[in-house]
Design a protein around this ligand. Structure first.
Ligand code: SF4
Length: 360
């Protein structure tokens, strides 16, 4: 079986032509796929019945994710879903909406997708990291997380504005499927999302960052740093050893030179671990003058032993970086009360209902 959400528009054209149909039939599949969200080939009535039958006989399907659990934050801005994919894996995806009346700027509906079930990187503060690695998601399963939210938003007269690869898993460890999904989602005859509205977040996988820089895409890159020195970083990100902090900063600089896209360094702030003024000063020394941006993320309480720093410590950390000339923001916490840390919903539900997540 092949899910049509796996195919790039050029591949869809090749498919219909190989079946003996004219090229334009591909657009008659692509347009509804990305704007009407059919669940079945027979939900595309404008497609000749014979072509629908040929596609079905050839093993082509339209995959769609099934929602098995939904949690909405009290303010309604964050919706976290546990989705069952066509390969029967359950995966988390999150919608974060930003109301300009609260924070300024433009309204945004950002989808956060997962690229793996579990994660081998083992970050000690991350619920997904504690699960270990289970499997890589296929491109169509990444696409279907976005499609599921796009349909929800369309029903409200809204649309997806931004996409971040910050859910379960390390995107660069599933590079080929991740980049295929990006190409489908940004293709003007696919989902059509602007490249500049996408951010890939990585723990700092060198080969992945270098490949992404060569893709000729305008994708944003976020590198999770979490510590200003190798000893502390290794404690927080046990798999970090192949790349030193200095190498990671250099990789970010090279990505910027190649793509013109500024790199964000993500820094999960944990009370008593990496939030002291001394560590802020060390981080400021490391990043000063290189034009990068630091996103401070006071950690969500997860299954681990880590605590969110006090407001005073967060502001002090930010002040030290800013006064040293390091561009810095504190990420607005979205959905803390609904287990919005990656892997947290799946882990919470596993504790309640067993691995099948039958409770919906
Ligand atoms: S923080 Fe990201 S890279 Fe680290 S274990 Fe969690 S999902 Fe994997």
């Amino acid at each position: 079986m092949t899910d049509l959400y796996r195919l790039l528009p050029e591949e869809m054209e090749q498919l219909v032509m190989d079946m003996g149909y004219p090229r334009y039939r591909a657009d008659q599949i692509l347009l509804p796929l990305y704007y009407k969200f059919p669940k079945d080939l027979n939900d595309i009535p404008q497609l000749p019945k014979k072509l629908r039958d040929d596609l079905i006989a050839g093993g082509y399907t339209i995959g769609s994710a099934k929602e098995i659990h939904r949690i909405v934050s009290e303010d309604g801005d964050t919706t976290k879903l546990l989705l069952n994919l066509t390969d029967n894996n359950s995966v988390e995806a999150v919608l974060m909406q930003y109301d300009p009346s609260k924070i300024g700027g433009h309204p945004r509906s950002t989808i956060c997708v997962s690229t793996q079930i579990g994660c081998a990187m083992g970050c000690v503060f991350c619920a997904t990291g504690q699960m270990g690695f289970e499997t890589n998601l296929k491109a169509e399963h990444i696409v279907s997380q976005v499609i599921h939210f796009a349909e929800i938003l369309q029903q409200r007269g809204e649309h997806v504005t931004n996409l971040v690869f910050m859910g379960m898993g390390e995107p660069m460890a599933n590079y080929d499927e991740m980049i295929r999904s990006v190409k489908i989602l940004t293709h003007d005859r696919g989902f059509g999302l602007g490249q500049r509205h996408i951010t890939i977040s990585t723990i700092g996988i060198k080969s992945g960052i270098e490949k992404l820089a060569e893709e000729n895409l305008q994708i944003g890159l976020a590198i999770s740093l979490h510590a200003p020195n190798n000893a502390l970083r290794k404690k927080l990100v046990p798999t970090a050893s192949p790349n030193s902090v200095e190498e990671i900063i250099e990789l970010g600089g090279n990505y910027f030179k190649k793509t013109g896209r500024r790199v964000t360094f993500e820094y999960a702030l944990m009370a008593g671990v990496n939030d002291s003024p001394e560590i802020a000063t060390e981080l400021a020394r490391l990043l000063k003058g290189n034009g990068s941006h630091v996103n401070l993320i006071p950690i969500n309480p997860t299954a681990g032993d880590f605590q969110r720093p006090s407001e005073k410590n967060i502001l002090e950390f930010e002040r030290i970086l800013s006064e040293a000339g390091v561009n810095c923001t504190v990420r607005i916490e979205k959905g803390t009360e609904i287990s919005a840390a990656c892997g947290q919903l799946r882990t919470d539900l596993a504790g309640q209902t067993g691995p099948n997540f039958s409770k919906s």
